[in-house]
Design a protein around this ligand. Structure first.
Ligand SMILES: [Zn+2]
Length: 405
């Protein structure tokens, strides 16, 4: 059996003492200082079309604030991060913009490496030991890991919470695998409901969690209140903090929802089929806000890697596959089905369809690899003779009315 090792990151909340907060602040500040200095030098060379030479933090050594107190590995990592940002930019300018200067207001972080066990976790005392810190930082170890620590990234969110993301080298053991109950499942993502799922046992809809809806309403209110406050005033700072806290709450709550749902789907089914929703194309349209809020692309990423972890098959169908427009019963393609139409009646066989359920059934069929369903070709045949099959009388000609048939 192959026993490759894998890197896994575990993120924990940490509770530094006042002295540790001060140490973190100094390290963040120093990293930010070095980042901005190096970036400035690179940007200027870039503007003059000069070759960008290897800039190192050592160059600014004398200018460092608190240079003796700060972890030098953290500064080395700043250099690596900056180089990577530039490399990405030159490889793909559209996706990766030029790196930006860092501000004190942004999220703060630094990364340090473990050299000869300089980073340790005491699982009994709930303490994290970091280079340059004599005393351990209180850490909430909500889960245990096992393996060699490679590095730690300490971060402070802009609502004032501290986290440590620990990168661990572990043996690449498969996670505990549950036997799937269903052979396949089709997942249709929507705006009205988060998802509609069909598997061997039938179809069900997954609502957008209520706490997220409520949270977003509160977010809107806080945003409004923040924008009304006088800039730089004490009340404005308070409002900013409340807003940041709410942002963090929503993002955590959404991630939690997406993780749990994707895990449940992966546990239950052997093959998972989703649409390629062309997130980037949709983001440019008016749907943008709801799409980003509903976290579709994150959800697909989670499904994909969880499928890999648990030995399931993840299929993303071509975005031109007309999953909502095909009648799952007879394969007729309803060419002009508008986006707002939630229920439609198949003009060929008379079946009434809930738009999302029908789409998820079609995706489920793809997962089963049912040979008799070759949706696209079959649709073409039906397009040519749409009147060959009996119709239900209450259907209108286009078959796209939102009335019960
Ligand atoms: Zn039909």
């Amino acid at each position: 059996m192959r026993r490759a090792s894998a890197l896994k990151a575990y993120k924990y909340r940490i509770y530094p003492t006042n002295a540790q907060v001060l140490f973190f602040a100094k390290t963040f500040g120093c990293c930010r200082f070095v980042w901005n200095k190096m970036l400035n030098e690179k940007v200027q060379a870039y503007a003059k079309k000069e070759r960008i030479s290897g800039v190192t933090p050592a160059k600014y050594k004398d200018e460092f604030p608190f240079r003796k107190e700060v972890d030098s590995l953290a500064l080395g990592n700043v250099k690596l991060q900056l180089e990577k940002a530039f490399k990405n930019h030159f490889r793909n300018r559209k996706q990766f913009k030029l790196p930006k200067f860092k501000k004190k207001r942004d999220k703060q972080s630094y990364t340090t490496n473990s050299v000869r066990d300089s980073i340790r976790v005491d699982f009994e005392k709930n303490l994290l030991y970091l280079p340059k810190l004599r005393e351990g930082v209180k850490i909430e170890l909500h889960r245990i890991f096992d393996g060699k620590i490679k590095s730690v990234t300490v971060s402070r969110t802009n609502d004032g919470k501290y986290y440590a993301s620990i990168l661990v080298e572990t043996e690449n053991r498969r996670n505990k695998v549950v036997e799937p109950k269903s052979k396949a499942c089709g997942v249709d993502l929507g705006l009205e409901h988060f998802a509609t799922v069909t598997n061997d046992f039938g179809s069900y809809k997954v609502e957008h969690p209520k706490y997220l809806r409520r949270g977003e309403e509160r977010l809107k209110r806080l945003q409004k209140s923040f924008s009304k406050k006088q800039k730089g005033s004490k009340n404005s700072e308070k409002a900013r903090l409340r807003l940041a806290r709410q942002h963090a709450y929503i993002s955590n709550a959404r991630n939690d929802f997406l993780h749990k749902l994707s895990k449940a789907i992966i546990d239950e089914n052997q093959v998972v089929v989703v649409e390629d929703i062309n997130v980037k194309g949709l983001l440019k349209t008016r749907l943008a806000k709801s799409v980003t809020d509903s976290g579709w692309s994150k959800f697909l990423t989670y499904l994909k890697y969880k499928a890999e972890w648990y030995g399931r098959t993840f299929i993303q169908v071509d975005r031109f596959f007309p999953s909502s427009k095909l009648c799952h019963r007879c394969g007729h393609k309803n060419g002009d089905l508008a986006l707002h139409v939630r229920t439609w009646c198949c003009p060929a066989c008379g079946e009434t369809h809930d738009r999302d359920v029908n789409a998820s059934i079609n995706l489920y069929f793809v997962g089963l690899g049912r040979p008799e369903v070759k949706p696209v070709e079959q649709a073409l045949v039906d397009d040519r003779s749409p009147h060959g099959l009996p119709k239900k009388p209450s259907c209108d000609e286009a078959g796209s009315l939102t009335v019960e048939c």
